[in-house]
Design a binder for this molecule. Structure first.
Ligand SMILES: C[S@@+](CC[C@H](N)C(=O)[O-])C[C@H]1O[C@@H](n2cnc3c(N)ncnc32)[C@H](O)[C@@H]1O
Length: 299
C-alpha cells in the first residue's frame, strides 16, 4: 500500500463529503499524486506522529470550505479582496492557529484539486528534472517546505534555500526537513521574500521555485524582478499563481494568464511553457484557475 494513503484514509474519516472528489483526482493521476504523497507521509509520520494525518485532513477540510465561501462572495459581489495587507499578516501569516492547518491544505491541494494536480508533473518534469547537475534553487514563500524537499528527494544533487514570511510555516518546514534526510542540502529562513529584491550577487541560482506566492503580493511585479535578479542567465524558474481565485490571503487579483506573461516580459523574462486549469462552471463570471509556467531570461 502507498504510504500516502494515510492522508486519504484520514480524509475519509474526517471529511466524508470531500473525500470522493479527492479520491477521483488521486486515482486519475496516481503516479504524480503518490510521488508527492508517499514521501510527505513518511516525513509527516516521523516529524509529527500518526495524529498529524487527522490534523491535515481537518486543515484541508476547513480550507476547502473557506475557499468555497470566499469564491462565492467574489462571484456575487465582484469584490476580490477587502482587507488590508497588515490584517492578512496578523490574521494569517503570524497566527499559528490559522497557519498550521492552512499549511497542510497548501500542500494537499496539489494532489487533491483538479486545478492543481497537473502542477506536480509539470514541476517534476519541466523544472526539477531539467536543472543542471548540482543546481542551487531559491524558493521564496516555501511555506511547509515540502516542494523543496521533494525536489531533493527526486535529485539529491540539488540544493534548496527556502524563505517564508511566516514563523509557523518555517517551523513546520524545519520539522519536515529534519526527518527528510535532506537537511544537508537545504536551508530555511523566516524572511519577507520582497527583501530578496537586490540581496546577494545576481544570477546565483540555476533554479527559482516561486510557487503560489504572486497572488499574495500587492505588487507581484516586484516578484518577477526578484526572480530576474537571482536567476542564472541559463537558469529556469517554476512560477505558479492563482487566477480569478479569491482566498483570505489573496491580495492581488490576476484576471488573465496574459497578465503573468506581461509582468514576466517587463522584468526581462519569457514564458517558455505554461499550463492553466480550472473547473468549467457554466454561467459563472469568475472561473478560478491555477497557472504554472516555466520562465527563463529573455537574453
Ligand atoms: C499558498 S502558500 C504557498 C506555499 C508553497 N509555496 C506551495 O506552493 O505550497 C503561500 C505562502 O506565501 C507566504 N508568503 C506570503 N507573503 C510572503 C512574503 N512577502 N514573503 C515570503 N513569504 C510570503 C505565506 O506565509 C505562505 O506560506
Amino acid at each position: 500500500m502507498h504510504e500516502g494513503e494515510k492522508f486519504l484514509e484520514a480524509l475519509q474519516r474526517k471529511a466524508k463529503l470531500l473525500y470522493s472528489s479527492v479520491r477521483k483526482t488521486v486515482d486519475s493521476f496516481p503516479d504524480d499524486c503518490y510521488w508527492l504523497l508517499d514521501p510527505l507521509a513518511r516525513w509527516t509520520k516521523a516529524a509529527f506522529g500518526d495524529e498529524a494525518f487527522e490534523l491535515a485532513a481537518n486543515g484541508y477540510a476547513r480550507y476547502a470550505l473557506e475557499v468555497n465561501q470566499l469564491q462565492q462572495g467574489y462571484e456575487n459581489s465582484g469584490v476580490f479582496f477587502s482587507g488590508t495587507r497588515d490584517g492578512v499578516v496578523q490574521e494569517v501569516y503570524e497566527n499559528p492557529e490559522y497557519m498550521i492547518p492552512y499549511m497542510w491544505a497548501a500542500i494537499l491541494i496539489y494532489p487533491y484539486w483538479p486545478s492543481m494536480v497537473r502542477h506536480i508533473a509539470f514541476l517534476r518534469d519541466r523544472f526539477i528534472k531539467a536543472l543542471p547537475e548540482g543546481a542551487a534553487i531559491l524558493e521564496p514563500a516555501c511555506g511547509h517546505g515540502a516542494l523543496g524537499l521533494l525536489a531533493i528527494e527526486e535529485r539529491n544533487d540539488l540544493r534548496v534555500d527556502g524563505v517564508d514570511l511566516s514563523p509557523a510555516a518555517i517551523d513546520i518546514a524545519e520539522r519536515l526537513r529534519a526527518v527528510s534526510g535532506h537537511a544537508a542540502n537545504s536551508t530555511l529562513k523566516v524572511m519577507d521574500a520582497l527583501d530578496l529584491q537586490q540581496a546577494g550577487e545576481p544570477g546565483r541560482y540555476q533554479g527559482v521555485l516561486a510557487a503560489m506566492l504572486a497572488e499574495h503580493l500587492h505588487e507581484p511585479q516586484r516578484l518577477f524582478r526578484i526572480i530576474a535578479h537571482h536567476l542564472h542567465p541559463e537558469g529556469r524558474c517554476f512560477f505558479s499563481t492563482a487566477i480569478e481565485s479569491a482566498q483570505k490571503d489573496h491580495v492581488f487579483e490576476f484576471r488573465t494568464e496574459a497578465q503573468v506573461m506581461t509582468m514576466a516580459a517587463d522584468a526581462g523574462l519569457r514564458v517558455v511553457d505554461l499550463i492553466s486549469d480550472g473547473p468549467r462552471r457554466p454561467g459563472v463570471k469568475y472561473r478560478p484557475r491555477a497557472l504554472a509556467a516555466i520562465l527563463e531570461h529573455r537574453n
